[in-house]
Design a protein around this ligand. Sequence first.
Ligand SMILES: *Cc1c(COP(=O)(O)O)cnc(C)c1O
Length: 386
Amino acid sequence: MSEDTGDFEGYGGRHVPEMLEEPLEHLAEAFDGIVRDEAFLEEFRSILRQYAGRPTPLYHAENLSERWGGEIYLKREDLLHGGAHKINNAVGQALLAREAGKERLIAETGAGQHGTATAMAGALFDMDTEIYMGRKDIERQRMNVFRMRLMGATVTEVTRGGEGLADAVDTALEDFAQNIEATHYLVGSVVGPDPFPRMVREFQSVIGKEAREQSLEQIGHLPDAAVACVGGGSNAIGLFHAFRDDDVAFYGGEGGGEGADSQRHAAPLDDGSDDVIHGMKTRVIDDDTEVHSVSAGLDYPGVGPEHAMFRETGRAQYRAITDDEALDAFRTLSEEEGIIPALETSHGLAMAKRVLEETDHETIVVNLSGRGDKDMETAAEHFDLG
Ligand SMILES: *Cc1c(COP(=O)(O)O)cnc(C)c1O
């Protein structure tokens, strides 16, 4: 197998029960078809323009650059419909599902962001949409649950295991196996069995394609480095992919939780080991380590297999960013630029700060993956602004 079939130098693959082999093969065939289908691609691009709000600006953050040094450019995915990059993938997969004759979308969600993006796509394409969510997450994310239901999605409580994201993934996989004829499982990041990692990469790669063109146009040359936060890794891969053959360094910031001494972190690249999880071989955090970062969107025990490969080959470097560093970057961007980033995104910004401090890279593009409106309550617990 090569990268085109989902093998990332030993990472990735399709580690699934036999009953899932065939539907995944069909999905891979459908995907291989649409990436060569100009009519499909034009419809996808058109929806991204008209509905999602592409292209997004590449913004030269001059105040932040003055504060941190270097020349910092922000790829403004926070300005998209729904407030994050997730809509690129949700629209792409829903369109593919419709094309393949599916009538129903399922997805799992932790913090609720991916569930919300899927609910948007389900409403847009008038498809039955069911979102699996751990009981604990439903309790913590009442507003997102309401949002999904408002758009017509069914939100189903998952009460097995730890009642969290990983359990919701297991439940969604079972549903998929039982309802393969009519149902598409809309995976939210570059994770899971093939073809998901390369399919989600394709739908998110618009970020880097735009950023590369905008760099040449606005800066006059490519950046020295591209930086992003890494949960499953889709916004990072989306930015990196267009620069993969360029002399542009890649850096990813993972959720490091409360810090180095803490067992509570979500940094499988910085501090995990090789294992199989959710149908793929990748870097995984130990079972007995509770995955926790200040940003719920980074709380996933695995990571996309392509990142595991990039780490292994040295093409990209990854660091665990502590909650404090992320909160500091969150506050700094808000004050300096009047842009409130998502807490996930703040890990990418904090990574950019480290890159500027520790390397001689000057011009860097940071993926501003999402806006911070959803994080106001958490932020208010950390900052007393009188
Ligand atoms: C979901 C989310 C992430 C993490 O997902 P990736 O697949 O790693 O991109 C990052 N930023 C925002 C704003 C998100 O909503």
